[in-house]
Design a protein around this ligand. Sequence first.
Ligand SMILES: [Zn+2]
Ligand SMILES: [Zn+2]
Length: 443
Amino acid sequence: MKSMLDLVYRILQKYALCDYCLGRQFARILPGVGNKARGEALKVALAMDANLRILMNDREAVNVLKVVAENGMNKHARRLAKSFNCQIDEGKKCDVCGGKLSEENFRRMAEEIIEELRKYEFSNFLVGTSVPAHVKERDDQIKAEFALTFGEEIKSDITRELGKIIEGTMKRPVEFATPDVTILVDIFSGTFTVKPNPVFVKGYYRKLQPNIPQAPWICRKCRGKGCEACGHSGREYPDSISELIGEPALGLFEAIDYKFHAAGREDVNATVLGTGRPFILELKSPRKRLVPLDQLQRAINEHAKNKVEVLCLSYATKKDVRDMKAKSMVASKTYVALVEFDSEVDDEKLREVCERFRNVIINQRTPSRILRRRSDRVRKKLLYFVEAEKKGDRIVEFKIKAQGGLYIKEVINGDGGRTVPNIADVLGTAPINITLSVVEVEG
Ligand SMILES: [Zn+2]
Ligand SMILES: [Zn+2]
């Protein structure tokens, strides 16, 4: 290579290139100069060099001027070339982008995007782009043909130019790792989509009544179609915790859908009291993402009154969902169980229960009541303690803390010997009614 200008001349002799598409081939030379300014500078320098040679009576240089005027589409070169009576083909378009990369186009596209973005709450954004295969192929072909290894991808040009205009107008920065909004642009077809990323809200829920499943429970008979057994609702239970919490949030965030994540789940007929169970609500494609959380809490607690209530709400991330799920496999839980036995409970034996059930490993076969849904295996779980308070001759309130995944009703009734050791065996009397509440989930 004799000089950069010589290289530029050889490229433009063969390919018509706009300022962006020429400048981009040299993007890593003198960083900081925009590709448009870089391309224009190269053309101006090449035309000046030609002008100098013409003034020094090198008439061959008129050909260089003609190339810059035609393939470079440079207006100064054009004017000068005409003054030397050159015939200029004025109809050429950039061989790579077909003229789509231009300030007017970027400006127009950005204005349309900004108009759409005004419908959303966001604090940062990212522009992504798709480029038609034939455009990228032509760009790569030129790079290969002239061994140009210091350029950048055409995608970078488009996303940077649009990003700059949007940043400047909306006064919000580009964010690469976790943008609030992603804009996918195709400047070649003039289309784009705005995709708000999900908002995550974490908190704790209390379940004040039994018989509310965590997720909607579809009728077993009709599988949701509606039948006589379910009163044509398609449901085993009318409500679910996820809907009671999700629906009011859906409205406030103007989201199109939501997903409810929780740290484990309780039996459908158990309540959750005390500090509650951790959950994270994921709101998809929200228009609002700065909803005051005390307002959200009020909306949910009003909507779910006497059924479910939420507390300690805060904004969270996708990573928090993964962390919560990983933790809930081992997180301990504390339960309160009100148990009625079929005969009087002996005080001495009750004391023995509290002594023996302290940091003890429970061997638990899959409870017979869920065998239909779960495979039969033995779980070994740690039970930390049992506290007991007699509420009547045959009635005891137990407080039990255990590792996640231990079925507590079976620890009390023994499940026909499938859970060992168990409280019924030690007491020598059988429970006839167990009311279970979760009062704390570690999280
Ligand atoms: Zn171009
Ligand atoms: Zn049904």
